[in-house]
Write a protein that binds this ligand. Structure first.
Ligand code: ADP
Ligand code: MG
Length: 1058
């Protein structure tokens, strides 16, 4: 299907010649125009001159920009398909990828010729055809959507073009080494700011104003204080054409709003941006009244309040800024009031400055969003779409700048095309004769030469003190450059010319034609002065964009900024440098009529453009040497069927093949030259003959395939050359076809046999491997089963491997399941019978190891504690019921700190060293009443203390025994040796820290053997000679009472032993 489409395209394109280089009458402008016209009327707007693309604006939508079309052109050679902007874009792209270098496409032509559209088509082609990922799609969307945004703010309707670019744009698209579009950068050139405050009849202000007023949402307009009526704003009505049928401001507004969010403008950016646009409109509506002295006044002006609100500048400050200027007197600054005219001038200057700087901010913002953060090396394709050559009825400073820019680009074009052509001949070793052409350098010099050029003269007038005016500038030009052949004024002109010039005019003979400039406003526009306090006022703004655009770091107006034209000149120098470092490609746009109408081809208009665009010269340069050139490989590949020696394959080098081929075709020696890598063909007709022969040959081959007889009466009338070629080719092809058939069949059988053989071998190999694997598995399983069956027999050859496996298995499992702590020692993995002995030994060793580790890990304090616990255990374990509960309670050094013992007591016993103290309840010997006391153990005795009194001292040598019950009470009885009946007897005590206190006593008093655990009753001496009893019982609850029998009875609850 694709092929069908291609075929029909090719057929359609046979209208006219698709490459001017093939035009026989290449010096004839008429022939050139005829070809262009013929194609234009067939909607074939593109024609090549070699690799340069000529494009004629169709002024209607054509159907050749579909995705399908893009696919068709992707990766196809230039000359194989009809000329198209996509073919050029694709070639640039592929050259960039294969040569890994930078390129630019210079799109030129006068205003309205289709430059901007062409640049958009190229960008769209890359957006669709380059490799894509999600990340890249993101960049792609931004690249595409940067266009409507910049166009809204930088384009306007002019008389020449409803969407005329009022700024120059150079855009770099950055590609990674795989061809993915990964970023972009835009440089903008000189925006025509004067449009903000003034438009000629039939022209509009920048689109964005109308889009906002027409398309802005109700809420937004209310917030901005705008009315939905362009007629209301004096900055929008001067051209008297706010509404244009070709422009849909409402839908453009929606596009711009969507684009802004894709390019990552925040809501606050957008709010501030439209705040600025609206405030420019309000500024334009501010009217000044004259007071009695003629000074401008501005009382309570509604519009001014809106500006103040939207820009966040105090009304007072703004009002003063609009009606006064600051003048520097000797030592101080004074405010001088404006006249009404002056105030209007200052207001407009402010509006222009605000808009112009906001536009630059916008470009920077777009650039931030397109920036590629990855630092790996990129190649770029630059697209230069700059304002085209422009001639109006009245031309001013802006046209002067625009046309100067076009002169510079033409100069670049001349240098680059001649240079590259010459280089190619040199490289290929072909002799080359220079071609004469008109070099516009003379005009560039006239404009830009240092000291003498128009720019220098203009700056001089702008900067010199004294009364410089536009007219003094004109006079200076007449004086300095009056004799220049490309410059004329009313005064300098001859009579005939004078009639066409006003007194304030000067005329330049540009490369593209004459343009008469009106000198009025040149000085002002070049100075672009914004009064100093205008800037100061803006610096107070709360609007973030305005603050950014009027930074406080800006040098103040004492030092004059560079004039506009000088800035522009330097930016063009910069641009030239950027372009010179890249490989050039050209699109030359032509405007078919001035009425923007489809289907109208104005011969005079087009002839003029063809002339000044230098197309004829370009063609001459291309043709002067050789019309066509092709790499040997490509030429041979295409035309080899035309010669039996080169068909189907040529064994030698491509150059030899081509030599053989053209010899066979009968090329004459003056018709071609053989370069180092290319063949150069002088006349198009030679190539035509070759191409036609090729087409016929292809056709005949097709017929033969469908077995049609070759009998075409026309054949005999065709020129001999072709017939001869054809016969040879057909014969060769027939033999070739048969031979090819046999060979292919033979090859096929051989390949089939080989494939089968390889497959058989491969399968055999795989099967053998599988069998080996299985027999090995059978052996292993058998051995395992036998081993298992004989596992309990003495070691023999049948079970050794199995038992080794069991051993290893047990040891491995044991290793993974060893007890983690000494306490888990019983969780030892059960061993298989053959490992029982080993397991036992291992267990012992391991436990010893763990114990050792544990012991090593304990601190001296803990050790002392444990020794005490050991002592307690030896005294009470298994004897007293509540002993187990004490085990987990750590022993402390003392239960009563030294501060809590009465000082008097301490003084009395301190020399004996207090070792341990504990609160106890003492039961009276008579009546067994409970009393709270402190029990203190010194090195020598036990003391029972009440506050400051020592109630009883028991020297350890008199301590004959200590008794406790076997139950779970906390009672202890200290038995004392006593002969003296007056002395106190044994002590019956209750202590919450019974085990701790007793252990301490045992250790301190060294009385291991006098502890007794008693069942039932304990007898004690109330006094020497008088006995008492304590009876111990188990009961429901713990109680202590004096029983009827006079015994102290202690009941304690039975505790479950652990
Ligand atoms: N290839 C094209 N197909 C259809 N219309 C076109 C084409 N090129 C230009 N135009 C029409 O011409 C108008 C002007 O083209 P534009 O590219 O803006 O001119 P320039 O940038 O050269 O001033 C466009 O708005 C569009 O209507
Ligand atoms: Mg444009």
């Amino acid at each position: 299907m694709l092929r069908n489409m291609e075929a029909s395209l090719t057929a359609r394109d046979r209208v006219g010649i698709q490459d001017f280089v093939l035009l026989d009458a290449y010096t004839s402008e008429t022939a050139f125009l005829d070809n262009l016209k013929k194609r234009f009327h067939e909607n074939l707007i593109y024609t090549y001159i070699g690799t340069l693309l000529v494009s004629v604006n169709p002024y209607k939508e054509l159907d050749n920009y579909s995705k399908k079309q893009m696919d068709t052109y992707m990766g196809v050679n230039f000359f194989e398909l009809p000329p198209h902007i996509y073919a050029l874009a694709d070639n640039v792209f592929r050259t960039m990828l294969s040569e890994f270098n930078n390129h630019f496409i210079l799109i030129s032509g006068e205003s309205g010729a289709g430059k901007t559209e062409a640049s958009k088509k190229i960008l769209q082609y890359y957006a669709v055809s380059c490799p894509s990922t999600r990340l890249l799609n993101n960049i792609r969307d931004r690249l595409l959507l940067s266009n409507p945004v910049l166009e809204a703010f930088g384009n306007a309707k002019t008389l020449k073009n409803d969407n005329s670019s009022r700024f120059g744009k150079y855009m770099d698209i950055q590609f990674d080494h795989q061809g993915g579009a990964v970023g972009g950068h835009i440089l903008s050139y000189l925006l025509e700011k004067s449009r903000v405050v003034h438009q000629n009849h039939g022209e509009r202000n920048f689109h964005i104003f109308y889009q906002l007023v027409d398309g802005g949402e109700d809420d937004l307009l209310r917030w901005l204080g705008l009315q939905r009526n362009c007629q209301h704003y004096s900055y929008l009505v001067q051209g008297d054409c706010a509404k244009v049928s070709s422009i849909n401001d409402k839908s453009d507004w929606r596009t711009v709003r969507k684009a802004l969010s894709v390019i990552e403008f925040t809501e606050s950016d957008i709010e501030h941006l439209f705040g600025i646009i609206a405030s420019v409109l309000h500024l334009g509506n501010i009217k000044f009244e004259a007071d009695v002295r003629g000074y401008a006044t501005l009382d309570n002006n509604q519009e001014m309040h809106w500006v103040s609100k939207l820009l966040g500048i105090p009304a007072q400050v703004l009002q003063q800024g609009l009606t006064h200027r600051k003048i520097e007197a000797k030592t101080e600054e004074v405010l001088s009031p404006f006249s009404v005219d002056h105030a209007v001038y200052a207001r407009d200057a402010l509006a222009k400055a605000i808009y112009g700087r906001t536009f630059n901010w916008l470009v920077n913002k777009v650039n931030e969003s397109l920036a590629n953060k990855d630092s790996s090396r990129k190649t770029v394709i630059g697209l230069l779409d700059i304002y085209g050559f422009e001639v109006f009825n009245v031309n001013s400073f802006e046209q002067f700048c625009i046309n100067y820019c076009n002169e510079k680009l033409q100069q670049l074009f001349i240098r680059l095309t001649l240079k590259s052509e010459q280089e190619e001949y040199e490289m290929e070793g072909i002799e080359w004769e220079p071609v004469p052409y008109f070099n516009n350098k003379i005009i560039c010099d006239l404009v830009e030469e240092k000291y003498r050029g128009i720019i220098s003269l203009l700056d001089e007038e702008c900067l010199r003190p004294g009364e410089a005016t536009d007219l003094t500038f004109l006079e200076k030009m007449e004086e300095k450059i009056g004799g220049h052949p490309h410059f004329v004024t009313h005064k300098l002109a001859d009579q005939k010319t004078r009639k066409t010039l006003d007194r304030g005019d000067f005329r330049l003979l540009h490369y593209a034609g004459e343009v008469t400039y009106c000198v009025v406003g040149f000085l002002d526009k070049n100075n672009d002065l914004l009064y100093r306090n205008g800037k100061e006022v803006m610096r107070q703004s709360k609007n973030a964009i305005i603050r950014h655009c009027f930074p406080s770091t800006e040098p103040d107006s004492k030092r004059r900024p560079e004039t506009v034209v000088t800035q522009f000149k330097s930016s063009l120098v910069g641009l030239t440098e950027i372009l010179m470092s890249k490989e050039p490609w050209y699109v030359r746009c032509i405007k078919p009529n001035e009425a923007k109408q489809p289907g109208r081809f104005d011969d005079v208009l087009v002839r003029h453009q063809v002339k000044y665009l230098g197309l004829m010269e370009h063609l001459r340069v291309r043709r002067a040497g050789f019309a066509y050139r092709r790499k040997y490989e490509i030429f041979l590949q295409r035309y080899k069927p035309l010669c039996p020696d080169t068909w189907p394959n040529w064994k030698g080098t491509a150059a030899e093949g081509v030599r053989c081929l053209i010899k066979h075709l009968g090329y004459k020696s003056n018709e071609y030259k053989m370069g180092r890598t290319k063949i150069f063909i002088r006349h198009p007709r030679t190539l035509f003959a070759t191409e036609d022969a090729f087409q016929v040959c292809k056709h005949k081959l097709g017929e033969m395939l469908f077995c049609k007889p070759i009998c075409n009466a026309e054949d005999s009338t065709r020129n001999l050359f072709r017939v001869k070629l054809l016969t040879v080719t057909v014969a060769a092809t027939r033999i070739q076809a048969k031979y090819k058939g046999y060979r292919v069949k033979g090859d096929y059988l051989k390949q089939k046999e080989a494939a089968t053989r390889i497959e058989t071998c491969w399968r055999g190999l795989m099967a053998r491997k599988e069998r080996e694997k299985r027999s090995w598995a059978v052996k292993v399983i058998k051995k395992f089963i036998k081993g298992f069956m004989t596992r309990n027999q003495p070691a023999c050859s049948e079970n050794t491997e199995y038992l080794a496996y069991v051993r290893q298995n047990y040891l491995t499992r044991l290793k993974e399941n060893l007890p983690k702590t000494v306490l888990e020692k019983d969780s030892w993995l059960t061993p298989p019978p053959i490992m029982q002995e080993v397991s036992k030994l291992l267990k012992q060793i391991y436990i010893r190891l763990m114990v050792k580790k544990y012991v090593r890990g304990i601190t001296p304090q803990r050790k002392a504690q444990l020794l005490l616990k050991l002592q307690t255990s030896s005294m009470f374990k298994g004897k007293k019921e509540n002993y187990p509960f004490s085990v987990c309670r750590p022993f402390l050094d003392t239960r009563i700190s030294i501060e809590d013992i009465n000082i008097k007591v301490l003084q009395m016993i301190l020399h004996e060293q207090v070792k341990y103290s504990v609160p106890v309840v003492k039961y009276d010997r008579n009546g067994f009443r409970p009393r709270l006391r402190q029990l203190i153990f010194s090195l020598e005795a036990a003391y029972l203390v009440e506050e400051a009194k020592i109630k009883q001292r028991i020297d350890y040598s008199f301590l004959k025994g200590v008794s406790v019950s076997n139950l779970s009470d906390n009672f202890l009885i200290l038995h004392v040796t006593c002969d003296d009946t007056k002395k106190k007897g044994d002590l019956v005590l209750q202590c919450d820290y019974l085990f701790e206190a007793l252990t301490k006593l045992c250790v301190i008093a060294n009385k291991q053997n006098c502890f007794k655990v008693v069942q039932g009753s304990i007898r004690f001496d109330i006094q020497p000679g008088r006995e008492g009893f304590v009876d111990f019982k188990s009961g429901q609850e713990s109680i202590v009472y004096r029983a009827k029998n006079g015994h102290l009875t202690v009941e304690s609850t039975r505790t479950k032993s652990r």
